[in-house]
Design a binder for this molecule. Structure first.
Ligand code: FAD
Length: 433
């Protein structure tokens, strides 16, 4: 094994969560190494973004590029609930400056964020596969072993960040994970080059399907529609046992839709893709020497396109918490504990709402009212409460003002620093030998 290089932070995975965290820490002058096993650009699912992630993109300096390169997304078009009429809500209802987000081709979006992390000063290695973490005698994570260019290498760091997505390199090993049994889903999707746009052509379509499950329709450009069917894993397994292919299952879903099937000709369907879509959460998002962000920490069914927002929001908070702890190691539980608690709350709020919404037999007003309850909001117009919650805008004040130390933490850290300075002075004054 070749020699060890030491960094402040080593990040496993260069997806949106890893590259956001790396970019923000590098911008603060920290030495950061990102290890990404693939060579970018690489395909990834997760193509529709919400407005709540715009502020962290602003901090990264990529909003102009997002605007120039990707398709606008103005709102959500729902075919859901007892009421047969489709209904829509747009981001502008939140009343702020963030009136649209984007639908993105993830190979391009992820590459843009990873290149940006490089530009901000992070060292990024692609085709660098992390084989394992390294721990000292008391279990503290001190770095990783990885393979790059056919050679096994070691990188050590004060903190190792698990941003490895569903692979969960660190959380799989060091913390328990809860998989939500009622959200044990799979997705089957494909792309259509020809399609009839919705009346509001920049919207995402989210449609409950007769017979179970739901479909997304994401216009990536005028000539590409991403169309996916999310259904219980048991339903797909049953179909396979009966000899029905995933294409059959997808086409049955499409036939059970009211709007999606009017947008495409089923015979145009491209290659079918599938992925496990099983909501989960790690018991802890940090431990001695490690932090987890993105899908490695938690994942929620993409009903409201929350994945990239949740991952980059976690990364945003973690970057501040790690920056604080690198200066004040004694404040680890204070700073990372706050990061953990706030991030767990973001997850729980969206999960609770997705669970409620998954029942497609309620009245529209019930969905609206529950959004206010879950989001602890007191807005007169329930539609505003709904879009604020699912766009991530509701959580923004907490994210923007997230302070990993808090006032009491700062006082403790100052006392800790004073004590360490005194101890260092005393050690320097002590006679040698
Ligand atoms: C069917 C489906 C539809 C979805 N739709 C949406 C949507 O519309 N909008 C949305 O916001 N989200 C959506 N999501 C969720 C979204 O895909 C994820 O939440 C998001 O990609 C998480 O980002 P991440 O950076 O945590 O992980 P990833 O994007 O998965 O990145 C992790 C990276 O780590 C790398 N890696 C893994 N293991 C190692 C290793 N050992 N060594 C080095 N590198 C490693 C991988 O190569 C990868 O590049 C969807 C998810 C599914 C399953």
């Amino acid at each position: 094994m070749s020699e060890t290089t030491r960094y402040d932070v080593v990040v496993i995975g260069g997806g949106p969560a890893g590259s956001t965290l790396a970019g923000l820490l590098a911008k603060r002058g920290r030495s950061v190494l990102v290890l990404e096993r693939e060579s970018f650009p690489r395909y990834h699912i997760g193509e529709s973004l919400v407005t709540g992630m715009i502020p962290v993109m602003e901090e990264l300096g990529v909003v102009d590029e997002l605007e120039a390169r990707f398709q606008r997304k103005t709102g959500i078009n729902l075919v859901w609930g007892k009421d047969p009429q489709p209904w829509r809500t747009d981001f502008s209802a939140t009343g702020g400056v963030y009136d649209h987000s984007w639908h993105v081709k993830r190979d391009e979006f992820d590459q843009m964020l990873l290149d940006n992390a490089r530009k901000l000063g992070a060292t990024v290695l692609e085709q660098a596969h992390v084989n394992d973490i390294v721990q000292d005698a008391d279990g503290t994570v001190t770095g990783v072993v990885y393979t790059h260019g056919g050679t096994k290498k070691r990188a050590s760091a004060a903190y190792t960040v698990d941003a490895s997505g569903q692979n969960r390199v660190v959380t799989r090993k060091l913390t328990e994970v809860t998989f939500q049994e009622d959200l044990r889903n799979v997705a089957v999707w494909t792309y259509f080059k020809r399609f009839t746009p919705l009346e509001a052509p920049d919207d995402i379509l989210v449609e409950a399907i007769d017979g179970g499950g739901w479909m997304w329709g994401i216009p990536l450009s005028e000539t590409e529609l991403s169309l996916g069917y999310v259904l219980p894993a048991s339903q797909l397994a049953e179909a396979a046992a009966q000899g029905r292919s995933r294409t059959d299952v997808f086409l049955e879903g499409l036939a059970g839709s009211r709007i999606a099937r009017t947008m495409v000709d089923p015979s145009d369907a491209g290659e079918m893709r599938t992925a496990r879509d099983w909501s989960h959460v790690s018991e802890r998002f940090y431990g001695r020497g490690w932090v987890a962000v993105g899908d490695a920490a938690c994942f929620i069914d993409p009903l409201f396109s929350s994945g990239v927002w949740l991952g980059t929001s976690g990364a945003w908070m973690a970057s501040r918490a790690l920056d604080a702890v690198l200066d004040e190691p004694g404040a680890e539980d204070q700073a990372l504990g706050r990061f953990n608690d706030t991030y767990q709350q973001l997850y729980s709020d969206i999960l609770a709402y997705v669970r409620f919404f998954m029942d497609p037999n309620r009245l529209r007003e019930e969905y609206m009212e529950r959004a206010q309850g879950v989001g602890r909001m007191y807005v007169e117009n329930s539609r505003v409460g709904f879009i604020s919650l699912i766009s991530g805008i509701k959580a923004l004040p907490e994210l923007v003002s997230f302070d990993p130390m808090g006032v009491e933490g700062i006082q403790e850290a100052m006392q800790d620093r004073a004590a360490r300075t005194e101890a260092a002075k005393a050690a320097a004054a002590a006679p040698v030998g």
